[in-house]
Design a protein around this ligand. Sequence first.
Ligand code: PLP
Length: 402
Amino acid sequence: MKINTSLASLPAGYLFAEVAKRVKTFSENNPDADILRLGIGDVTRPLVPAVVEALKAAAEEMGTPEGFHGYGPDFGYDFLIDAIIAGDYRSRGVDVGRDEVFISDGAKSDVGNLQELFGPDALIAVTDPVYPVYVDSNAMAGRLGAYENGKWTNLTYLPCNRENGFMPPLPDKKADVLYLCYPNNPTGTVLTKDQLRVFVDWALKNSALIVYDAAYKAFISDPAIPRSIYEIPGAKECAIECCSFSKTAGFTGTRCAYTVVPKAVVYDGVPLNRIWGRRQATKFNGVSYITQRAAAAVYTEAGRRQTQETIAYYRENARVIREGLQSAGVAVFGGVHAPYIWMKTPSDMKSWDFFDLLLTKAHVVGTPGEGFGPSGEGYFRLTAFNTHEKTKEAVQRIIRAL
Ligand code: PLP
């Protein structure tokens, strides 16, 4: 049997493993150190009452002959799809059809699986730094060439940095697929409608596809910032959008997400909606009824209000980090419409050196920017997913360490 050599030769996903290793070594040598973690991208606040009620009610229903549900519809129950369309799209003037929404167990699976739609030689472009799943899933499929000096030879990197205001340049060579994530992980930055329009126009002109990851859209507080790429004219012909209840409603452990594949997205005469449906129906057996009921509860009046309170809690942490570091003269980016704050390391320090400095001097853990791609070197990611008290304390300690 011949193995998938592209998968076997993938460089180790060392970022969070290396972070954990260094933290473990430090705490073993310093057992009294009270370590504050602003590194992890997982939510910490509990599920809101409206969601818990829906979970309980659906579990009760499942225990009755009338309310029992076995396999559900392949692409999700209409009650959830309708709630998504009304709450996330129609409310913003975007027209999405029932058969264009695919419910799934996570945006990670969807953004990782979508590459099965692309030909083996499709040319891929990503912003840099980047959420690693877009890159690794294409590398596993053998599309990215060789990994040399921290870069894939057949991948187009679009550097996002302080100098270009974190606005990615257009690809300067042919690309068939461009992954965009806004609000961005890891930089926490957003694109305005005019900025996003540049990419939609580029995709339409070049017959390219945009995979748009909007996992953090719930953090957008300015109505002028697009929450969906479909707010841009023409995007329904060239973009697939992935969304998730993970950060919107604390579903990281509950698992529910959705991907929109408009019928008008057609390449080589083939609607991607049809082949994504074919792929999902073959390899995925749906999200549990209980979970989909819980996700639908996010769109009720109480669910909306309560999840907004949770988002506001994290937003306040982001503000504390951003303003605290700014007042100490640190260059910080993002953190307004996202739970991530992207800071420049002092004196262009290497991001792992800065990681070690913060860990040993401040007992604070963040994530070195280099782990998200070559353009992340010299930057550092802090997250808003901790308590108010620990976040304030961490910011004070970082400032003292600097
Ligand atoms: N997309 C981005 C940009 C993320 O940062 C994450 C999780 O951190 C995900 C997707 C994963 O979302 P899910 O929990 O729905 O799989």
